[in-house]
Design a protein around this ligand. Sequence first.
Ligand SMILES: O=C(O)C(=O)C[C@]1(C(=O)O)C=C[C@@H](O)C=C1
Length: 317
Amino acid sequence: MPTAPRSTAPTEFAYLGPEGTFAEAALGTVTGSPGTVGTRPEASVAAALTAVRNGECAAALVPLENSVEGSVPATMDGLVTGDPLVITREVFLEVAFVLAVRPGTDAADVRTVASHPHALAQCRGRIAELLPGADVVPAASTADAARRVAEGEFDAAVCAAIAADRYGLDALVTDLADHPGAVTRFVLVEPPGGLPAPTGADKTTITAVVHDRTGALLDLLAEFAVRGISLARIESRPTRERLGVYSFSIDVEGHVSDRRVSDALAALHRRCAEVRFLGSYARADEQPGKPVEERVGDQAFAAAEAWVARVRAGTAV
Ligand SMILES: O=C(O)C(=O)C[C@]1(C(=O)O)C=C[C@@H](O)C=C1
């Protein structure tokens, strides 16, 4: 059924719910004190992105990658297809897991353990050691698993301590992760609009599909290297067109308002089969990144352009 057009701009921020997910905790660092900005739990990353694309929410906070398990495919793929969305902020959250059970449950009673696949993967070794006979079941999120344990569907959930509290569960084991100190990187995405102002410690994210020819990826990387732009992350995802055609998801240091970055993106636009700009935003770690060589600083670009203009005008050689 067609929905009536909205009369007011959306204000709520969507996140992977239900209440008690790491995504909700990360969103709390963006929205500040509770009540300042409305938050809305969604059943999946895809649903959170859809809520922004269809105008129901102003933004969505979604997990992009984890320091132990790598990228979150639902987010990577959700940003590459569909109406454009751009990242306006990133948040790093240290994730620690507990094994949550209904009060009175012992390890010997646990036959099923549920969680988000990324959380299960980060605790794979400990689960196998503590619960060798248990079935491991994927859930939509860590808090979804906790809620379903409270409802009696599963015996245990791998979730945040706050989710165990929220759903009245006990933490049978704390510090469950195989690699303590894991960090998940979340990004706030919004419909394209004004860009966040450069801070001097920024990141730019793009996706690019290269033509199927020898050296295409090397050529793409060279566009960044010759302009002194450091890559912070690169990985490939299938485009789902056919085997062998990939979309490269890339973070580089710098802001699109830096001449070296905009110049590199323009070169990629000429060179690649497809490029999507996914945002320039402040780095969560506030680190300035690698020093920018003088030859690729904004002043060097301005001086070079002024010289070309003089050449074109016939006043310089
Ligand atoms: O299920 C949650 O609590 C989430 O916020 C999702 C998610 C993820 O997608 O990686 C976030 C952080 C943890 O690494 C595990 C799960």
